[in-house]
Design a protein around this ligand. Structure first.
Ligand code: ZN
Length: 238
């Protein structure tokens, strides 16, 4: 566990540049404005630079940030689009799927394609830029953020959609539930409940669901750790 970091709080903002529409001069102006506002760091959504195969632009941005004394926390954001990977959609209790791509709906975090793409993106950044001096570090290790909407986005109630549903019934989540039941000495043949009429089984189903994102992040961290250059001071996270 890190300690003492609260003695040096940072003031940071999210920054989501579009390398396809914004030229280097625009980014440089933005960074200068950010520094002028006495902001110390940016949380940088770096996915667009990979989506548009613009690693040189990303390096320019990091170099500019370093010159300005601005620290950078890379944010792993929208590493896939549902339109391109509809197979990853969350399966709701009523059999419908999470079709709305807004608000970081990246599908089921247990789907192998989601894990593969997220890991490749995190590993790619750390491989390419993990030793860049502009990166914000704790105990010598670069910090990477994952978007805060790291839960199952199966609707957009903010824009009039239905209330979000608490779980996913895809084949991968059903398999995970069988494993969960076996691990807990329960009947692995129990079918995932669709409602809370059996409150004990429902609680187990919810507990199992709650393991999905931590497991996804743990896996991604381990892969990223192996790809972090040794010059950064060691593993990203064990
Ligand atoms: Zn699922």
């Amino acid at each position: 566990m890190f300690s003492g970091y609260h003695h040096h709080p940072i003031v940071a903002i999210y920054y989501y540049p579009n390398p396809e529409k914004w030229d280097h001069a625009q980014v440089a102006r933005d960074l200068a404005e950010i520094v002028g506002a006495q902001i110390q760091a940016i949380w940088l959504f770096f996915d667009p630079f990979y989506d548009h195969a613009a690693p040189d632009r990303l390096r320019e941005l990091l170099d500019d940030a370093q010159r300005l004394g601005l620290e950078v926390v890379p944010v792993l954001g929208q590493f896939l689009q549902l339109a391109e990977h509809p197979e990853v959609k969350i399966v709701n209790a009523d059999g419908t799927t999470s079709d709305d791509p807004r608000f970081w709906n990246m599908g089921c975090f247990r789907h192998p394609k989601v894990v593969e793409l997220a890991t490749a993106r995190a590993v790619g950044f750390l491989r390419d830029f993990g030793s860049h001096p502009a990166l914000y570090r704790l105990e010598g290790k670069p910090v990477m953020s994952f978007v805060h909407e790291t839960y199952y986005r199966n609707s957009v109630p903010e824009f009039g959609g239905k209330a979000m549903q608490p779980s996913c019934y895809c084949e991968h989540c059903q398999a995970a539930f069988r494993d969960y039941l076996a691990r807990h000495g329960l009947n692995p043949a129990a079918v995932p409940p669709r409602d809370a009429s059996d409150p004990v089984l429902w609680q187990h189903w919810q507990n199992c669901h709650a393991e999905a994102i931590p497991a996804f992040l743990t896996f991604t961290r381990r892969r990223g750790s192996r790809s972090t250059p040794a010059t950064t001071g060691g593993a990203w996270e064990p």
